[in-house]
Design a protein around this ligand. Structure first.
Ligand code: AQP
Length: 331
């Protein structure tokens, strides 16, 4: 069957609600109809120059969270990016086919490098989308479930796949982004016109799924809402309320209309209470499962070793084909 691939970066101790609703949640049902490859992008995480001990720990924590969220390692390949050397090998080949101008137009790089300044921005951050293209193309993934912020990187991936195929003959599946309009961009609770992100200005805008549920309830209760009192879904006029409704609709699987109708005559406090309950209902068992998986570390490491072995088989076959096509002499 067709393949699906997505990775998540181990750049924080906990995944946040945006990562979960925008990406990870979609990974789970896709396991039913696709040959799924899901993993932890530790090579990508090097772009933030993490402490080595912290990076190792976060890689395991991220893997545990994928499984806690419902990824089943007996059906899906769960692996760590650096365990499969072919990612960096393909990344180099694709780098040599990517225009400097095209790479320079990636808005995520522009935003992040503008914030950090060019002396604190490494070349890895610049070539990040090319490594991401390699991650995807290596596995011939047809679908890539990600958040809205990755759309431009997916476009680059599609472009590179098409360019390679045109130059060397059909080699790569051209992947489709799997981005859900409803949850593709979960917003910051304190600044509901910006995406929820771990590098946001205030930690109060971010729901870390592994945090003490009480802390998250407090953050939700103090979320920025909008003027007026009516609860309605209108992202332009009411970004704060709409974001809370989006989170609630996703976590409860309720259609937006029904949800909004249920709040008729009620106030923002009621909405926040319902969101806090829904987040806790999800996050409390998620946190427990994650901690339990981390307690059984050898088991987790075994899952990752098996995942890497399977991922390598697929990756090796792609890179062998690619190396031959571009004219590298077989070893
Ligand atoms: N706010 C969000 N809404 C919806 N989806 C989101 N994603 C991230 N933020 C949101 C999606 O989560 C997946 C994993 O992302 P990542 O590992 O690349 O993490 P990230 O994008 O670096 O997370 P942050 O918090 O946004 O980090 P910074 O602030 O460093 O950029 C991806 O599919 C992503 O789309």
């Amino acid at each position: 069957s067709d393949r699906v691939l997505s990775l998540i970066q181990p750049t924080a101790d906990s995944l946040h609600l945006g990562n979960y609703l925008g990406a990870l949640r979609q990974w789970v049902p896709l396991q039913d109809s696709y040959d799924a490859f899901y993993g932890v992008a530790d090579l990508h995480a090097l772009t933030v120059e993490p402490d080595p001990v912290v990076l190792k720990e976060r890689t395991l924590r991220a893997a545990a969270q994928l499984i806690a969220a419902g990824i089943d390692p007996s059906r899906s390949t769960v692996f760590v990016q650096s365990h499969v050397v072919e990612h960096t090998q393909l990344s180099w080949v694709l780098s040599c086919m990517t225009g400097f101008g095209q790479a320079s137009r990636m808005t995520q790089f522009k935003d992040k490098s503008a914030k950090a300044g060019s002396d604190s921005t490494n070349v890895g951050l610049f070539s990040y989308p090319i490594l991401m293209a390699a991650d995807i193309l290596l596995y011939q993934a047809a679908q890539v479930p990600v958040g809205e912020d990755q759309r431009q990187h997916l476009e680059l991936t599609r472009d590179l796949a098409g360019r390679f195929n045109a130059r060397y003959g059909r080699t790569f599946v051209v992947p489709e982004p799997h981005i859900l309009k409803s949850v593709g961009k979960i917003q910051d609770l304190q600044e509901p016109t910006a995406k929820m992100s771990k590098s946001a200005a205030s930690p109060n805008g971010l729901i870390d799924l592994l945090d003490d549920p009480k802390i998250n309830v407090k953050k939700i209760k103090s979320a920025v809402t909008d003027s007026g009192r009516e609860i309605s879904f209108d992202e332009d006029a009411k970004p704060g309320v709409s974001n809370l409704l989006t989170i609630l609709a996703a976590l409860t699987d309720e259609p937006m209309d029904t949800l909004v109708a249920g709040f008729e005559g009620k106030g923002y406090g009621d909405l926040k209470g319902a969101v806090a309950d829904a987040v806790t209902a999800f996050a409390a068992p998620y946190r427990e499962r994650t901690l339990q998986l981390l307690d059984e570390r050898t088991e987790l490491e075994k899952i990752l070793a098996e995942g890497a072995a399977h991922a390598r088989e697929v990756a090796h076959s792609t890179i062998t084909d690619v190396y031959a096509k571009v004219g590298l002499l077989p070893a």
